[in-house]
Structure formats: C-alpha cells, structure tokens
Design a protein around this ligand. Structure first.
Ligand code: F6P
Ligand code: MG
Length: 459
C-alpha cells in the first residue's frame, strides 16, 4: 500500500533531505546539548547533576551516531506507549539501514525519538525539554503580531445584529478567510529552520494585517480556501460540528491556531474543537502539553512583554482568560476545547499507515467533520514524503487518508518548507518547473503555501 513515487532519502543530494540529515540535524542537536549543559550548570543537587551528566553522555553518543552515519538501532524500552510502534517499524522495514539511506522522514523522526530517549531513561530528567527555552523565547519576541491579534479579538467575535442575513454571512466569510490565512502563515515561524532569528525576521514572518493577507494569498499555490469556506459554513447546520487540529508548532503558531479555533466556536461554525499535540519534544518546536499550558498561563499571568502598553497587556489577559480560566475550563467541561496526545503522532510512520497502525486514532478522527493538519511535517506525512509530481491531486497524494473507508475530511494548512509539493492543479508541473528555475530555494523558504482539502470517504 505504497505510492508509486520514491521516498526522499538523506543521500539524495538534490533534495533538502541531504542538507537536513548532514548539517541541520547535527546543528540542532549541538544546540540541544548546549541547552542541557546550561541546565546542568544551574543545578545544586548532586543526584540531579549525576543523572543529567548521563543524559549528556547519551546525547554525545547520539551525535556520534548521527555524524558517523551509524545503523539505526531499536529504541530502548523506556515505558513510552510508542516503543512497540517504533521497533516494529525498524524491524519490518529498516533493519540494517543507517541515517542516510533510510527514508528521510523516518530517519529524521528517529533522531527526535533517540533524543527523547537520552532523557526518558533517566531518573530525574524524564520530561526535560531541550527546546523549551527556545520556544518560550521566540514567543516573547513576537510582541507586535501577538498584540495585533489580541487587541482585535479580546472581545469575542459576534456576528453583527440588525443587518440583512446576506451581509452578516459575507462579514463572517471574510473573517473566516482572513483567520484561515492567519492560522496558515503562523506556520512560517517553525524553529527547526529559523535558528537564531532576529526580531526583525520574526516580525516580517508574522505580519497579520488585512492588506498583507491579500498579497500573500497569491503565494498559496494550491488554494482550496473557497471550498473550505463552503465546507465549514455547512457545519453550522450539523449536530456534530466537530473540528480537529493536528497541531504543529508551539508559541506563535499555536497562538494563531487558538485565535482561529476561538473564532470557529464563537461564530457558531463549530461546536467542538479537538487539539492534537505531541507527547514529548518533537522537531524542535512542536506543541507538547507543557507548551500548551505555558501559552495560556503566560497570556494571563506572564511578564513577557515589558514594553507593551497596559491596554495591550489587558487584551492578552482577556483573551487568555477566555481560553483558560473561565472559558477553557468551561470549554473543557462543556467539551468545547479538548487537548489530546496520541502516541502515534510521535512515530516515524507516514499517515498512509495511520488507519492500519493506529486504527483507534483513525476511527476517532473519522468522527470529526474536518481535520486540519498544520505545517510542513504533517504535510510530508500526509503525502508519504515522496517524489510525487506537483500536479498530483491532493486526495491521490494522501492515499488511504482520502480513500480508506472512514477517512475524515482533511485540510492541510502548510507553508512549503521541504521537497514534497502536490495539489498545484493541472498546470502544477509547469508552475513547479518555472519556480525551480526562477527561485531555486522556493521549496524551503516558507514563502509559499498550500491550503488543500480532501473530502474523505464516509465509512
Ligand atoms: O527538517 C525539515 C523539516 O522536517 C521540514 O519538514 C520543515 O522544514 C521542518 O522540519 C518542520 O516544519 P514544520 O514545523 O512546519 O512541520
Ligand atoms: Mg514543527
């Protein structure tokens, strides 16, 4: 049950796989080691220090394996629910494979799993997140865009009264389109690509104003936004009205996801939103439960933005309060916002295998009216991270996630940061060839995006 196109691998010098496996991953791991060393230097208890020194030694070993292109060994049984999934996949498909000749997607995911193992087998540092400082820091440097949204949405979205229905619907449609783009472009600030960003760079990636959005829509190369609106509009009449977000990055992207989800609930378009996060640090900046809680708490109690005005701070508090203290608990009690973390999300499987390897999760998602997959990695997983032509229709590229019985309706909101590009329409191959010539780095810059919808197949 595989696609007919070859998967990218680290030794493919023409692909981003090569630079990622050879240069980016060792750089990311080096920074992770620096972070753990910094934490070590802050400790006073000998037990904790000795235990963390062991974690650092395991990280050094991982660095040696990665730079020396070692063969992939099984994951140590550290009690995580995903161990059987990992070791089954290694035994079945990747025996004897090394970091460079295993499929890129698998080898890259494996590195993050091994990094987690460095801590999960320890006594005191099981839950340590080497990327946590970086995630918090980037959000604190996103002030401008954060306040632009909080000042606009502190007051919950309410459809205007006393105007004709058609006008009200049009206002809602425009708001939907704008916030879908806010949610989409929120993905541009993933930290695995943008190490050491300046405040200026962050700002240019995060402008959220209306004019800017009109201009950026032309960079959405596969664009199902209008179909998406028709779909979401029809949910209001449904008894279910459940929307799922398979989350990507913490901090600013998560904040944008929540602004969007808040709008979907406040406007009555959806009755429930379920968020799916990761169980441990993943691809640098992906959302864990701790990141989720940090965001909501920092919005309400944090002192992150010393230069902000009192009105700005108040708007962020109000928004956070609505999501958390009053509304989040209320949302959670009423089942309006639910946070989940299935083990399958932190494995090396693509979503072509979701229905067979995690049937419980597949069934769960099949009950949703719409599942948003955020970001580049989720997109790679949907499309098997293989060399499909850019004209391949999205629902063909995602295989069983569109065609298996019970496949949910799926929407990928992704800024393009790696080789897989599908769903660009009949002229897709031409568009892609032209960009290859004119803008050689277009597949990794995050300047372009796709918003692609698949209707799924009701079971
Ligand atoms: O290392 C490459 C990669 O896996 C790409 O998919 C992307 O550049 C990045 O890491 C993760 O991006 P995102 O956070 O959008 O999934
Ligand atoms: Mg990510």
């Amino acid at each position: 049950n595989n696609p007919p196109w070859p998967a990218f691998r680290g030794y493919h010098e023409y692909s981003f796989a090569h630079a990622t496996m050879g240069v980016r991953l060792p750089t990311i791991l080096g920074k992770a080691i620096d972070d753990a060393a910094r934490t070590l230097n802050e400790q006073s208890s000998e037990d904790l220090i000795i235990d963390l020194v062991d974690c650092l030694e395991r990280m050094d070993q991982l660095m040696a394996d990665l730079s020396g292109n070692a063969k992939l060994r099984p994951i140590i049984d550290d009690g995580e629910a995903d161990v059987p999934l990992w070791n089954k996949e290694i035994a079945k498909y990747f025996q004897g494979k090394d970091f460079m000749n295993a499929p890129w997607l698998f080898a890259e995911a494996y590195k993050y799993r091994r990094l987690h193992e460095c801590f999960s087998v320890s006594k005191y540092w099981k839950g340590y997140d080497v990327f946590y400082r970086q995630k918090c820091d980037t959000f604190s440097r996103s002030a401008e865009a954060v306040f632009e949204l909080s000042t606009r949405f502190a007051e919950p979205f309410k459809p205007q009264e006393n105007i004709p229905d058609a006008e009200r619907l049009e206002a809602e449609r425009l708001m939907f389109l704008e916030l879908t783009q806010v949610c989409l472009w929120g993905n541009a600030t993933d930290l695995s690509l943008l190490i050491n960003m300046t405040e200026e760079q962050i700002k240019s990636l995060q402008s959220t104003g209306g004019d800017h959005l009109a201009a950026t829509e032309k960079n959405i190369l596969g664009n199902h936004l209008n179909r998406l609106w028709e779909t979401v509009k029809s949910l209001r009449e449904k008894t279910g009205g459940r929307i799922d977000f398979v989350l990507d990055n913490a901090g600013f992207e998560l904040y944008c996801d929540c602004v969007y989800a808040d709008f979907l609930i406040q406007s009555g378009l959806a009755k429930q939103v379920r968020f799916h996060g990761k169980r441990y640090p993943w691809f640098v900046s992906d959302v864990t439960k701790k990141d989720w809680e940090w965001l909501l708490n920092t919005m309400v109690y944090g002192h992150l933005f010393p230069k902000a005005s009192e009105a700005e701070r108040e708007s962020l508090r109000r928004l956070g309060d609505r999501w958390k203290a009053t509304s989040l608990q209320q949302y959670e009690k009423e089942g309006k916002w639910v946070y989940e973390q299935h083990p399958f999300w932190c494995t090396g499987y693509t979503y072509w295998d979701l229905h067979s390897e995690a049937p419980d999760l597949f069934l769960h998602l099949s009950r949703s009216d719409l599942v948003f997959f955020k970001g580049d990695l989720n997109h790679r997983k949907l499309a098997y991270d293989c060399h499909a032509p850019a004209s391949t229709p999205f629902d063909v590229a995602i295989g069983p996630m569109a065609s298996a019985s019970g496949a949910p309706r799926v929407c990928s909101l992704r800024t393009i940061k790696s080789d897989v590009v599908v769903g660009l329409g009949d002229d897709g191959d031409l568009i892609s060839e032209k960009l290859d010539k004119q803008e050689p780095g277009w597949k990794i810059s995050g300047k372009y995006a796709v918003v692609l919808l698949s209707e799924g197949r009701p079971g």
